[in-house]
Design a protein around this ligand. Structure first.
Ligand SMILES: C[S@@+](CC[C@H](N)C(=O)[O-])C[C@H]1O[C@@H](n2cnc3c(N)ncnc32)[C@H](O)[C@@H]1O
Length: 351
């Protein structure tokens, strides 16, 4: 059994591939934006030792507790913060944790949340329709299901679930309201769709859609990616594991856009956008789990990993004043020497 699995029933997905994409190195500084029960975090800490540091973020306080337990052996190298990764930049600034060597987002939910019979993420257990990653957040799945207009439900189910039967499902939901339990909702969807297709339960897409709407998952992902790029040092790595096509499309577009030079509309005679590439794609194609991994952990079957490296462009430097140019260049040179970097940071902070 891999050390990262020992204290958790969530099996970290694409573990080796993630470590390779992050290029984890001793003494490095990493942010795990979705620390969960700490599977990937533990492997990062193992490989960045000695001297490595990790900031682990999770919106779910239960995940933070599990990570604390799982990462006990590394307690002097890890800082765990219960927050949404939409506040990534503010969190890193608050804890003076930047620039960093790598940022990981392993999206979606953990086995712990899916199996948690009271969380309402799954239709395998009857539970209150909750689906919040953070139980302090106001809006629950029951609020969305019971108070949205029919048109809004159609939009949510079609857009976030990519469900072709959105109209029939929304109509029946509105007719049968109030709906407060997972099994009640699953039965309504089954009735609306009218059949079981293959191995996938007909409520799967609707549950995904409502969960995405409750947690603003796509909006938060877009906002976090923009912040991540600002926090990466020279040659820092951004690694994202997604589990459905909506997430993957956002990650793919973001990385491709940031890896391009000019982004003026096709046919513009002279570049007016001035856009310069800030990322370099590590691989052109996504990394998928092997058949062996899928056999061992069937939940990982839809995982897709994308990774990119932060480039420091001349423009990054030119945009700054003289002191900052010197700082950016010195920082880049001192990158592999954290002690020198810390000394320089102190000098610049005093200047
Ligand atoms: C797939 S699990 C991560 C598992 C983790 N990599 C491990 O190896 O244990 C995803 C985690 O991301 C958290 N999460 C999802 N969206 C989040 C957000 N916007 N902000 C912070 N955490 C989030 C969930 O609560 C969940 O614990």
């Amino acid at each position: 059994m891999s050390p990262s699995k020992q204290n958790s029933n969530h099996v970290p997905v694409l573990l080796e591939e993630t470590m390779e994409a992050l290029a984890v190195q001793p003494g490095g500084r990493y942010v795990d934006c979705t620390v969960g029960s700490g599977g990937h975090a533990r492997a990062i800490l193992e490989r960045s030792s000695p001297g490595g540091q990790l900031l682990g973020i999770d919106a779910d306080p239960t995940a933070i507790k599990a990570a604390q337990k799982n990462l006990e052996a590394y307690k002097n190298s890890v800082l765990l913060v219960n927050d949404n990764f939409v506040n990534l930049q503010a969190t890193c600034i608050k804890y003076d944790f930047f620039p960093v060597h790598g940022i990981l987002l392993d999206l979606g939910l953990s086995s712990m949340q899916l199996n948690g019979s009271r969380r309402g993420f799954s239709f395998q257990h009857d539970a209150h329709l909750d689906m919040r990653f953070n139980p302090e957040q106001e809006v629950t799945a029951a609020d969305i299901v019971n108070t949205s207009s029919e048109a809004e439900l159609v939009r949510i189910i079609r857009t976030y679930g990519e469900e072709g039967h959105g109209r029939q499902i929304a109509r029946l939901i509105v007719k049968e309201r109030p709906i407060t339990s997972t099994l009640h909702l699953a039965r309504i969807v089954e009735k609306a769709v009218g059949r079981r297709t293959g191995k996938i339960h007909p409520a799967t897409k609707t549950f995904q859609a409502i969960r995405i709407a409750v947690n603003l998952e796509l909006e938060n992902l877009e906002r976090a990616l923009k912040q991540a790029i600002e926090l990466l040092g020279f040659e820092g790595r951004l690694v994202v594991i997604s589990y459905h096509s909506l997430e993957d499309r956002i990650v793919k577009r973001f990385m491709q856009q940031e890896a391009r030079g000019c982004i003026c509309p096709a046919g513009t005679p002279v570049c007016v956008c001035g856009h310069k590439p800030r990322l370099k794609l590590i691989r052109r194609h996504v990394v998928r789990p092997s058949e062996d991994e899928i056999r061992f952990n069937p939940r990982c079957r839809s995982a897709k990993l994308r990774a990119a490296t932060r480039m420091v462009t001349r423009d990054d430097c030119l945009a700054a004043d003289e002191m900052e140019i010197l700082w950016a260049e010195t920082e880049a040179r001192a990158w592999r020497r954290p002690a020198l970097l810390r000394k320089l940071q102190m000098v610049f902070a005093m200047a």
